[in-house]
Design a protein around this ligand. Sequence first.
Ligand code: PAF
Length: 189
Amino acid sequence: MSRPIVAETVSALRAQIRDWRREGLGIAMVPTMGALHDGHISLVRMALEKAERCVVSIFVNPAQFAPTEDLDKYPRQLARDLERLAEAGAHLVFTPGVAEMYPAGFATRISVGGPSSGLEPDFRPSFFDGVATVVAKLFLQAAPDYAIFGEKDYQQLCVVRQLCRDLDLPVAIVGAPTVRDADGLAMSS
Ligand code: PAF
């Protein structure tokens, strides 16, 4: 079992990806907020089927939390996540801090129409703007060939597909089946 490379900055991420591209290797990305469970690991396995290198991002994205939601209470367990990703065979884990993703003066938000209306935004109005903004950034930072998203968050999957279509982001979005606990409940962080 080899440990994945950990990149905390966009420049370290890009340097490694540049090396892999020089070797002609394909990249598949799994964006996550950490606290990984078997559902995430199934996304990593799918990424490894799609490309020679699997990049997992772990970033608890403040932009998708409402002021009433407790961002600080979101589970963070990086050491355990890294163990699980080493076992699963991920090659690189991108763990930027908030200042790396949203430096002082950051002022852009991406708002996707279409699949973003109704359902989730009825309860969390700016949720999908936050998701679209961070996913667009991750795709521009890592420039993966593929990105894997769970069908569990089906509306999010549709929003990400729309985002890539509308902004001509050259990333193939792959939906992966939901992994469930023994009682049938979808696994979730
Ligand atoms: O599904 C998630 O964990 C998050 O919404 C995502 C896609 C990683 C963006 O922060």
